[in-house]
Write a protein that binds this ligand. Structure first.
Ligand SMILES: [Mg+2]
Length: 271
């Protein structure tokens, strides 16, 4: 059973008090309320202030983990001191701007590019469908489309993906095509843990996300670090999640981050 994270229980406080603390945050639907068009999404000012404060705190590393392309995540979050995981793990950018790219995915990317061109052509006459080329993956947004057209859109995307030997995943009113290579938010979490936590047994880690793609991250984190805190943003729905805790919406995420900022500020040696 998923436990409410707020108010934060004493055993959870201990699990968030290790140093360093790696704070991994999905962006859309977790920090930023979902917007009708992806380009309209924004971090509420109080949320931006809290994550920016955590990112510069000694002993704390913040990482944004998103399906968006990394430059888009950087634009949206405006937090230069943070790590950025873009494209569900295909891009990992350090706070100093260096990209970790030992991922030999050139051919895979060509296949995604070809599928993207086919999708742009095939959906140009479908009102409300937005094809977003993110270089490593492509999103087909249908939040603005007539719901009765969605089954045909889904069939179209599946057909194009099969032709180009790429795979399809589905999130909240979005279909995504990506390479078959086994890269997802869970592989990104494992990489971040290796990069950031020199001594995992003395460290803490936290992941907050709202969507099915975040489930890979919850599973990876719980298997790598059993004491890590995994949180699904549920929007008051029974989510069927492997996260241990729940927050109900981005407003509760903000309340929790403000609480976390205070907790970490009170630890000895962090100011
Ligand atoms: Mg999300």
């Amino acid at each position: 059973m998923t436990r409410p994270l707020l108010p934060v229980a004493a055993d959870v406080v201990t699990r968030l008090a290790g140093t360093p603390l790696l704070v991994m945050l999905d962006v859309d639907g977790t920090l930023a309320p979902i917007a009708a068009r992806p380009e309209d999404a924004a971090l509420p000012p109080a949320t931006h202030r809290a994550v920016a404060a955590l990112a510069v705190m000694p002993g704390v590393d913040v990482a944004f983990v998103s399906g968006r392309a990394a430059p888009d995540v950087a634009r949206l979050t405006e937090t230069p001191a943070a790590w950025i995981v873009g494209n569900h793990g295909y891009e990992i950018v350090r706070p100093d701007g260096a990209t970790l790219d030992d991922l030999a995915l050139g051919r895979e990317r060509d296949a995604v590019a070809a599928a993207t061109r086919a999708l742009v052509a095939a959906t140009s006459a479908m009102p409300g469908v937005i094809v977003e080329d993110k270089r490593w993956t492509t999103s087909v947004h249908f939040r603005l489309a007539d719901p009765t057209t969605v089954p045909a859109l889904r069939a179209l995307v599946e057909r194009v993906a099969a032709q180009h030997n790429v795979r399809v995943t589905e999130g909240k009113r979005v279909l995504e095509i990506r390479p078959h290579a086994g890269v997802h938010k869970g592989t990104a979490v494992r990489r971040l843990l290796r990069e950031v936590l020199a001594e995992p047994h003395r460290s803490s880690a936290l992941y907050v996300g709202d969507d099915t793609t975040d489930e890979d991250a919850f599973s990876a984190l719980r298997s790598e670090m059993p004491d890590a805190v995994t949180v699904r943003v549920t929007y008051h729905e029974a989510a069927g999640t492997s996260a241990e805790f729940e927050l109900r919406d981005p407003g509760e995420v903000l309340r929790f981050l403000e609480w976390l900022e205070q907790l970490r500020g009170e630890l000895p040696g962090t100011r």
